[in-house]
Design a protein. Structure first.
Length: 255
């Protein structure tokens, strides 16, 4: 019955208690609220996230209390640097360290594209702007990963209300995704996850057919062995061999 933020905080605390180490916690703007950052500070974990340009959520202690006010003041005082994302997106950026009564001291990197102003916050004020931007770019990889998990690995399609069953199903989805991603990474000619998934699915289907054929052969050999042990005539053996051949040919055609 807890909200998403409370559950997220509890899960992070559980991970840290289990010995999971991280240089920082990368989250999207939904979680990056002052109260959440305060809890992460208490846990000793640095946060990097995009923050929403919402005056009700983010209200700072300085004279310029809103993100827009901070940006308008410092864009005249700071030297903007140029950056690119991919081949098409170009942007300019600069950073400011500000104080918030709950989140504490945070560094905000203001990224200005042709159409948007994107504020990226870090509770680690020692890290440089470029590293903050590079870390936040991984958000795209994460979102793309969720998309592929939903499309190919059954993630989010669980039809169960039992907590343990949900965790087991989600774990299997991620486990399968990690295996396919590893195969893709080790491949000399990397493919999209979706394309590789379809290729592997085809290979597994072929392997399944081969295993079924092998089982059929072993069963027929067992029948022949039984005939021989019972000293039955050669005609019975020939009939069994003919039946085996016909069955396997029919199985192959159906497959």
């Amino acid at each position: 019955m807890d909200g998403k933020s409370k559950i997220a905080i509890d899960m992070v605390a559980m991970a840290l208690k289990s010995g999971v180490y991280a240089d920082c916690l990368l989250v999207d703007s939904w979680y990056s609220k002052p109260a959440f950052m305060k809890e992460m500070n208490n846990l000793g974990l640095k946060v990097i996230s995009r923050i929403t340009n919402n005056n009700k959520i983010w209200n700072f202690t300085a004279k310029e209390k809103t993100l827009n006010a901070i940006y308008e003041k410092f864009k005249k005082l700071k030297t903007e640097k140029a950056g690119t994302y991919g081949k098409k997106i170009k942007f300019k950026y600069f950073s400011v360290i500000v104080e918030h009564k709950n989140a504490g001291r945070i560094k905000i990197v203001f990224i200005k594209t042709k159409e948007k102003l994107i504020p990226i916050a870090s509770t680690d004020t020692e890290i440089n702007d470029e590293e903050i931007i590079e870390i936040y770019k991984r958000r795209w990889d994460i979102e793309q990963g969720y998309k592929e998990l939903r499309e190919h690995f059954g993630f989010g399609k669980e039809e169960n209300r039992i907590y343990e069953a949900l965790i087991a199903r989600i774990t299997l989805s991620f486990f399968s995704y990690n295996i396919v991603s590893y195969i893709n990474r080790m491949s000399n000619e990397p493919k999209t996850i979706g394309g590789l998934f379809k290729d592997l699915e085809c290979e597994l289907h072929t392997l399944s057919i081969a295993m079924q054929a092998f089982i059929e052969i072993m069963e027929k050999i067992a029948q022949i062995d039984e005939i021989v042990q019972n000293n039955k005539d050669f005609t019975s053996i020939i009939a069994t061999l003919r039946s085996t051949t016909q069955d396997l040919l029919g199985f192959r055609c159906e497959s």
